[in-house]
Design a protein around this ligand. Structure first.
Ligand code: DQA
Length: 138
């Protein structure tokens, strides 16, 4: 099983960014834990702050992976382009968010990803990624 994790803008700052909301662990450290935990899964990871690079990565991941886990971060709430990219590919996408976006500002309640996602996992901290991997395995 091959899974691609794609993280959007500012998620390169996990660990130092708003730790009350996003925790104090870097994604690189968490990714190492995920690789250890899911030794039978081939996990890949890509992060960009640039919308077009995220779209390029979604397109180029199509068919090479059994699933994509996408946290488009702030672009979740703004990007028609990323929503369209998910619609355009065959590989299933699970949308994840670290924080519970529905308990936050109204502008975070709208997602351009959800309508085209296989499923959505929101609000479990970094564990949201773990749960998304489980959803592909089981
Ligand atoms: C986020 C939630 C978004 O609203 C926010 O812009 C992020 C992170 C999350 O994982 O909780 O950058 O996607």
């Amino acid at each position: 099983m091959k899974i691609m994790i794609i993280n959007g803008p500012n998620l390169n700052l996990l660990g130092s960014r708003e730790p009350d909301t996003y925790g104090s662990k870097s994604f690189e450290d968490y990714f190492t834990e995920l690789q250890f935990k899911f030794r039978n899964v081939e996990l890949s990871y890509f992060q960009s702050n640039i919308e077009g690079e995220l779209i390029d990565q979604i397109q180029s991941s199509d068919k090479d992976f059994d699933g994509i886990i996408l946290n488009a971060a702030a672009y979740t709430h703004t990007s028609v382009g990323i929503g369209d990219a998910i619609k355009a590919i065959a590989t299933p996408v699970v949308e994840v968010h670290i924080s519970n976006t529905f308990s936050r500002e109204d502008f975070r309640h709208k997602s351009f990803i959800s309508p085209n996602a296989k499923g959505v996992i929101i609000g479990f901290g970094l564990k949201s990624y773990n749960l998304a991997i489980q959803s592909f395995i089981e």
